[in-house]
Design a binder for this molecule. Structure first.
Ligand code: AMP
Ligand code: ZN
Length: 490
C-alpha cells in the first residue's frame, strides 16, 4: 500500500499517515462563511484538500473516505448583507432574506468549485442544522467547569485547558499579547472566547438555556465534526489564517467536551494566496472572485493547474504569466488525448495511475513534482520518437496512464479533449446561414424556392434549428446536432 506522509502542524514534522480505521478514513475541513462569492484565495484550500481527498480515495477506496466540509450560515456578515437588501427595498422578512442570501451563496460556491474540478465532500453540513448539538456541547462544557454563562453569553474559560496554544506552539500569555482579544465586562479573562451570544429580536436566534441567541463561530466546527466524525478522527484542514484563534479554540472545546477522544490527529494548513505580498482577503479589498476569472474565460482547470504548481505550504501569487503557461500546457494535454478516439471511449481506468506521480502526491502533497512528471509524460506522448516506436497497444496504454494520473490530480483530460475536439469540428455555422440567405435572395427574384427548401431540410436533418426572420437567419444546434451531415453541403 502507498505510504502517505503528511506535514502535521501540531508536531511540525512530516509524519507517516495511518488512519484510525482504514475502512473509514475521516477528514474535516473548515468551509466558507456564506455571505458572498468565494474569492480566489478561498478556492486554494478547496483545491488542496480535494487532491488529498482524491489521494485518500485512491489508497483506501472511494467508499472508505468521509470528507466533511461545513457551511457557516450564521454570521454577522450574512445578517449585514440581508439587512442591506432589506433597506434597499427587498421584499420578505429579514429571516427570509438571510435564508435567500445563504442559499444563493452556497449555490454559487458549489458551481464555482465544481468548475475547478473539486469533488463534492461526502458531507456538507450547515451550521444552522446543528444548533441543538452545539447547545448540548456548551452545556457539557459548563458542567465540566470549562465554560460559564454571563449576561446572556456563554464563554469558554481558556485557562481551564492547560494545553491551550499547543497547535501553534504559543503560550496563552504570548497570545494575549499578540491577539486582538475583545475585552468585555462579562469576561473572567480577556482570552475567554464566545460559545454563545444573545440575539436581538430582529436577528436570527434560537432558544437556549441562556436565552434567545446564536452560537459563536468556533463551536460550530467542534459540534459538526463530533456529530459526523466522532470524538477522534484523522485529518483536520484549513488555511493557516485559521490556526489561531479558530483551530486552537476548536481543539480546546472538543478536547474539554470529549476528553476520552483525541479530536483531530493530523492538522494540515495551506498557506495563503497573496496579492503583492499580502493575503488576498475581503477585508483588504485586494481580491477578485473565482467567478470573475471564469467569466473572463479562464477555464477552471487552468486555475487548478496554477494552484497545484506551488506546494500548499508555500505562499503564492496568481499571475498572468502563470495563467498563460497553464493554458498552453492544458491545450497540449487535450490534444494528445483527442487524437485517439479509443482513449476517449475507454474512459478513466484509475488502476493505471503512474506510480511516481502517486508517490509525489503522497509525499506531503508534492503537487508541483507530480505536475512536472505529468508534463514529462505529455511530452513523451506528444513528440517522443520513442513513443512512435511503441506498438499501437503500448501507445494506447501510455495515454490511459496519462488520463488516470491527471485524474488523480483532478484534471478531467477526457472531458478537456472532447471539448477541444468539439471546438475543432464545430463547423462554421455562419457559412451555412449565409448559404441559406443567398438562396433566399435568389429565390425571391426567381420565385423558385426549391434550393431554400433543400437547404432547410438538410439543416433540420443535421439537427439544426432554423430560425428565419425577415432580415436574419440563425442556425441553432439542438442536442441531436451532427456536424458530419453538413459536410455534403459545403
Ligand atoms: P473564510 O470564509 O474567510 O473563513 O475562508 C474560507 C477558507 O478560505 C478558509 O479555509 C481560509 O483559511 C481560506 N482562505 C481565506 N483567504 C485565503 C487566501 N488568501 N489564501 C488561501 N486560503 C484562504
Ligand atoms: Zn472550523
Amino acid at each position: 500500500m502507498t505510504e502517505i506522509w503528511l506535514h502535521n502542524t501540531r508536531t511540525r514534522k512530516k509524519e507517516l499517515f495511518e488512519p484510525l480505521t482504514p475502512d473509514n478514513v475521516r477528514m474535516y475541513v473548515c468551509g466558507p462563511t456564506v455571505y458572498d462569492r468565494a474569492h480566489l484565495g478561498n478556492a486554494r484550500p478547496v483545491v488542496v484538500f480535494d487532491v488529498l481527498y482524491r489521494l485518500l480515495r485512491h489508497v483506501y477506496g472511494a467508499d472508505h473516505v468521509r470528507y466533511v466540509r461545513n457551511f457557516t450560515d450564521v454570521d454577522d456578515k450574512i445578517n449585514a448583507t440581508a439587512l442591506a437588501r432589506k433597506e434597499a427595498g427587498a421584499e420578505g422578512s429579514l429571516e427570509d432574506l438571510i435564508h435567500e442570501r445563504t442559499e444563493e451563496t452556497i449555490g454559487w460556491y458549489l458551481s464555482d468549485m465544481a468548475a475547478l474540478g473539486a469533488l463534492e465532500p461526502t458531507d456538507m453540513p450547515r451550521a444552522t442544522g446543528y444548533i441543538a448539538q452545539m447547545i448540548a456541547m456548551i452545556e457539557g462544557l459548563i458542567a465540566g467547569g470549562h465554560a460559564y454563562a454571563a449576561e446572556g453569553h456563554v464563554l469558554f474559560r481558556v485557562r481551564s485547558y492547560k494545553a491551550y496554544g499547543g497547535l501553534s506552539g504559543r503560550s496563552v500569555d504570548d497570545m494575549i499579547a499578540g491577539a486582538r482579544v475583545e475585552v468585555a465586562p462579562y469576561k473572567e479573562d480577556p482570552m475567554d472566547f464566545v460559545l454563545w451570544k444573545p440575539s436581538s429580536d430582529d436577528l436570527p436566534g434560537w432558544d437556549s438555556p441562556w436565552g434567545r441567541g446564536r452560537p459563536g463561530w468556533h463551536i460550530e466546527c467542534s459540534a459538526m465534526s463530533y456529530e459526523l466524525l466522532g470524538d477522534s478522527f484523522d485529518i483536520h484542514g484549513g488555511g493557516n489564517d485559521l490556526m489561531f484563534p479558530h483551530h486552537e479554540n476548536e481543539i480546546a472545546q472538543s478536547c474539554c467536551a470529549h476528553p476520552q477522544g483525541g479530536f483531530a490527529r493530523f492538522w494540515l494548513h495551506n498557506e495563503m494566496l497573496q496579492v503583492e505580498g499580502k493575503k488576498m482577503s475581503k477585508s483588504l479589498g485586494n481580491f477578485f472572485t473565482v467567478h470573475d476569472l471564469l467569466e473572463q474565460g479562464v477555464p477552471g482547470e487552468v486555475i487548478r493547474f496554477v494552484f497545484l504548481g506551488t506546494h500548499y505550504r508555500r505562499p503564492m501569487d496568481w499571475t498572468e504569466k502563470k495563467r498563460g503557461e497553464a493554458q498552453r500546457e492544458l491545450e497540449l494535454w487535450a490534444n494528445i488525448i483527442s487524437v485517439d478516439p479509443e482513449v476517449l471511449d475507454a474512459g478513466v481506468d484509475r488502476k493505471l495511475v503512474d506510480g511516481e506521480i502517486v508517490a509525489a502526491i503522497a509525499d506531503d502533497l508534492n503537487t508541483s513534482l507530480a505536475l512536472t512528471k505529468l508534463r514529462a509524460l505529455a511530452r513523451f506522448i506528444d513528440n517522443g520518437s520513442e513513443f512512435l516506436q511503441l506498438s499501437r497497444n503500448e501507445q494506447f496504454t501510455k495515454r490511459k496512464v496519462f488520463v488516470a494520473s491527471a485524474d488523480l490530480l483532478g484534471f478531467d483530460v477526457i472531458q478537456m479533449a472532447r471539448a477541444a475536439k468539439q471546438r475543432r469540428s464545430t463547423p462554421d455555422l455562419e457559412h451555412f446561414s449565409l448559404l441559406l440567405a443567398h438562396a433566399r435572395i435568389e429565390a425571391k427574384e426567381t420565385k423558385d424556392f426549391s434550393e431554400v427548401d433543400r437547404l432547410k431540410t438538410a439543416f433540420v436533418d443535421a439537427g439544426l434549428e432554423v430560425r428565419m426572420s425577415k432580415d436574419s437567419i440563425e442556425l441553432v444546434p439542438t442536442p441531436d446536432f451532427d456536424a458530419a451531415k453538413l459536410e455534403a453541403l459545403k
